[in-house]
Design a protein around this ligand. Structure first.
Ligand code: EPU
Length: 346
């Protein structure tokens, strides 16, 4: 079934809780309705433009959107055993990602437990390769069933087609903007004991006795202690990506840190397999003095400064952008590092 609503405020459909209006909202819950939903959406704006929104948990509406918004609401899931303790689970893109993970953990299936409590839909997680605590959604995605609006056909993109990387996938490349409507996602999960506990705070879990549910509960406790609840405070999770620098740039960072009395060994950093160095954006923002600071109605979350919040519930997009620009400009002038937003700007 296709459901369309004219002239709506997108505030309930973006977790940053920003007021932004669009001429048409088109929602469908059956894969076969995708082509008709796209046609309806294309007719709603003069240039046929539309936007696909899942849970709206990684978006910043910078102003009103002049095209239609398509919301794939395909629900339901099916599972089949494929041997060696592996299960193939296919789930609708519109299913709440955390509800799905809770169900997998209850069924004692390993794989996605580290991603517990990430807001958004299964489709959104597949598009942006949601990640946390050493696991990325794409690690477990076998394929994605899509409506390809360019070639006008339903298609299955396999893991190799999906080009997963840090918070990115084939869906995010500019030439594919709006091309694919993600309808269903197929994960490979395991009944065999397989906890991933290498990431900082998870190391304290006893690996032997861990269950998907016990890891999930620990992840939920960690997230609740660090991150704002999107039900209570408008935010879009990590606002920036963690920057990656080349080893050649490391001495510049050390020199910059020493100018603000921080010794080189105090700079948190992680060596990547390709030899580059990842520096936590949260640390850079904190050292630039922005942790917990408020500018107008927008603020930096006091416990995890990678997160920008709608502090009063009344922040406008321009207030969020002003804060973003102030942070990026200060981090750049102190460390010479350009932060890039993780949140997609519309
Ligand atoms: N840090 C500080 N000050 C703080 C907080 C953190 O300096 O107040 C530094 C510390 O050095 C800490 C480091 O930042 O060790 C990393 O912090 P954290 O473990 O909280 O992770 P993150 O790199 O800031 C990433 C993801 C999160 C994900 C966590 C856990 C990105 C952009 N963000 O954050 O994802 O939950 O790791 O795996 O990669 C999201 O994408 O929306 C998101 C929340």
């Amino acid at each position: 079934m296709i459901n369309s609503i004219e002239n709506i405020n997108l505030r309930p459909f973006n977790t940053m809780r920003i007021d932004s209006h669009c001429p048409l909202w088109v929602e469908f819950d059956d894969c076969n309705d995708a082509p008709a939903a796209v046609q309806i959406a294309e007719k709603a704006s003069p240039d046929g433009r539309y936007l696909i929104v899942g849970g709206g948990s990684n978006l910043l509406f910078c102003k009103d959107y002049d095209g239609a918004v398509i919301h794939p609401a395909v629900k339901g899931w099916e599972a089949e055993a494929i041997g060696n303790g592996s299960m193939r689970v296919t789930v609708g893109a519109g299913v709440d990602f955390d509800y799905f993970i809770a169900s997998l953990c209850a069924a004692k299936l390993w794989g996605l437990e580290n991603l517990s409590l990430i807001p958004g839909t299964v489709g959104g997680a597949a598009v942006q390769n949601a990640g946390a605590y050493g696991v990325e959604a794409g690690d477990h995605i076998e394929s994605v069933y899509v409506w390809d609006t360019r070639d006008n056909k339903f298609d299955v993109l396999t893991h190799d087609d999906l080009h997963y990387g840090y918070r990115t996938s084939v869906f995010k490349s500019p030439e594919n903007a709006g091309r694919y409507i993600v309808l269903k996602v197929t994960f490979i999960l395991s009944t065999q004991h397989n906890p991933v506990l290498d990431y900082g705070p998870l190391k304290r879990i006893d690996s032997e006795s861990a269950t998907p549910d016990s890891v999930r509960n620990e992840v939920i406790a960690i997230r609740n202690s660090k991150l704002p609840s999107v039900d209570e405070t408008g935010s879009a999770g990590s606002f920036f990506k963690n920057p990656v620098i080349s080893p050649a740039d490391w001495p510049h960072i050390v020199a910059a840190a020493s100018r603000i009395n921080i010794a080189g060994h105090e700079i948190p950093h992680f060596l990547l397999p390709d030899g580059n160095i990842k520096i936590p954006a949260a640390w850079l923002i904190e050292k630039a003095g922005w942790k917990g600071k408020q500018l107008g109605n927008a603020a930096v979350w006091p416990i995890q400064p990678l997160i920008i919040i709608n502090a009063t519930g009344h922040a406008s997009a321009s207030e969020i952008l002003d804060l973003e620009n102030a942070i990026t400009s200060d981090v750049n002038s102190i460390f010479g590092i350009s932060l890039t937003p993780e949140v997609v700007h519309i």
